[in-house]
Every structure is written in C-alpha cells, then in structure tokens.
Design a protein around this ligand. Structure first.
Ligand code: AP5
Ligand code: MG
Length: 228
C-alpha cells in the first residue's frame, strides 16, 4: 500500500502520519523530517539544504527524488524479507510535477502503484495560526500545538520528556514563502492525481481524532476497492 498525504503547510500531514502510519503498517517517508535530521547531524546533505529549509524554499527535485528512492528501496527490501511492512506513507512528497513523475516511475519499476492520495483540506486563514503555535519535541519529533493540542506540561514532551521547540521555518517570512510555493507548485498535483483516479479529500478543519478516522476510512475503502 502506497499512500500520499497532501495538503498545505500546517494542514496536519505530520500529525496524522504519526497516528495512521502505525495503524496501517506503513513506513513514514517524510522528506522534511529527513532533511531536518540531516541538518541536525550536520551531514554533507544537511549542510547543502540548511539554508534552503530555513528560507522556506524547496530542495532541488533531483536531490529529493534520490533520497526517496533510497527509502523506497529499503522498504521494498523489508517487505521482501517478510517484515511486517505494508508499504509507505508519504508526508511532504511529492511537491512538484517532476517529483510526482519520479515517484510513479519508481513505484512502477517495483511493480507497485499508488493506493490513495488524500488531500487534508484546511482553510487558508487557519494555517498561519497552526504554524505559529506549533511546537515540536527536539528528541522524538512529536508535534504539538500550544492551544489545539497542548502538552500536559508546557514546553515538555508527553511521550519522552524532551524539550519542545519552534521550527526554524515557522517564521512569518518563511511561512509566507512556503504557502506561496504550495499554491504554485504543489496544489496543481491535486489535478494530476484526480486524473489518475486516486484522489480523496478529507476535511482537515475538525479535531485531530476525527480527521484521523476520516483518513483511515478513505484509505481503507480505496485499498478494498483496489482488491476487488
Ligand atoms: P515539511 O517538514 O514537510 O514542512 P511543511 O511542508 O512546511 O509542512 P508542515 O510540516 O509545516 O505541515 P504539516 O501538514 O505537517 O502540519 P503539522 O502536522 O505539523 O518540509 C520542510 C521543508 O523541507 C520544506 O519547506 C522544504 O524546504 C523541504 N522539503 C521537504 N519536502 C520537500 C520536497 N518534497 N521537495 C523539496 N523540498 C522539500 O501541523 C501543524 C500544526 O497544526 C501543529 O501544531 C499541529 O499540532 C496542529 N494541528 C494538526 N492538526 C490539527 C487539527 N486537526 N486541529 C488543530 N490543530 C491541528
Ligand atoms: Mg510536517
């Protein structure tokens, strides 16, 4: 099963990927998380992409596609070994047409195809408030919101006790740039996937548990219809 979570910055892709990935046995492929981990480790890749991330611009397609290809090869190898892995859940990838085409090609070479692309739809005016109030655990990456999904103790992760931080690209300038890029380059992919007949839409302006349930229902019903 290969599923893409689409939606603007702040729509809840990361929040939902953490909830539904384990329930569907899908390995999360979150390019933003992979790039942030590389910058924290100060690896060669990290040094290359740090300034791009902080400004809210996109990492070049070739580099992004190469990283995804490696992750998908690891997932295919795990499946071949009989590990309990059903496929991948994409969060933040693809974001451009060349990335979408590359993904189609990688999956086709593995004899696989997309099960579902689900758009998490949230009104634009809510996105900025979500991003401004987001806090992320520096140790385990769990995402919170100071009002909508606060930790039990302010500034401390419920799961691991780690410190909660604000992302470096959650500044007003970078948020504006990221949303602009979504409209110009990523939103057009909705039509690309509608044409492939795999697009679903979920109302992301509901509480987190309701969005989760709607996503699970949409993905499971599409997986069932593919089996039939
Ligand atoms: P990435 O990490 O993917 O960031 P993004 O695209 O800016 O998306 P976000 O993580 O901000 O949004 P989200 O939908 O995950 O929201 P979240 O669940 O956290 O990418 C970062 C950067 O990496 C990019 O800018 C780019 O430079 C680079 N990059 C990554 N992928 C790339 C690619 N494919 N190509 C090129 N470059 C790439 O939720 C947000 C907040 O809302 C949280 O506080 C959460 O608690 C809250 N919230 C969630 N759901 C709800 C709800 N239902 N109700 C109320 N609040 C909610
Ligand atoms: Mg995210």
């Amino acid at each position: 099963m290969y599923v893409i979570l689409m939606g603007a910055q702040g729509s809840g892709k990361g929040t939902q990927a953490a909830l539904i990935g384990p329930k569907l046995n899908l390995v999360k492929v979150a390019t933003g998380d992979l790039f942030r981990a590389a910058t924290e480790q100060k690896s060669e890749l990290g040094l290359q992409v740090q300034a791009i991330l902080e400004s809210g611009n996109l990492v070049p397609d070739e580099l992004t596609n190469a990283i995804v290809q490696v992750r998908l090869a690891q997932i295919a190898a795990a499946k071949a070994k009989g590990e309990d892995v059903a496929g991948a859940l994409f969060d933040g990838f693809p974001r451009t047409e060349p990335q979408a085409q590359a993904l189609d090609e990688i999956l086709a070479n593995q004899g696989e195809s997309l099960t579902a692309v689900v758009e998490i739809d949230v009104p634009r005016e809510k996105l900025v408030a979500r991003l401004a109030g987001r806090r992320v655990c520096e140790s385990c990456g769990t995402v919170y919101h100071v009002e909508a999904d606060p930790p039990a103790v302010p500034g401390i992760c419920n799961k691991c006790g780690g410190k909660l931080l604000q992302r470096k690209d959650d500044t007003p300038e970078a948020i504006t740039r990221r949303l602009e890029l979504y409209d110009d380059l990523t939103r057009p992919l909705l039509a690309y996937y509608a044409e492939q007949g795999v697009l679903e839409r979920v109302d992301g302006d509901q509480d987190i548990q309701k969005v989760e349930q709607d996503l699970l229902d949409a993905i499971r019903s599409r997986a069932e219809s593919m089996k039939a």
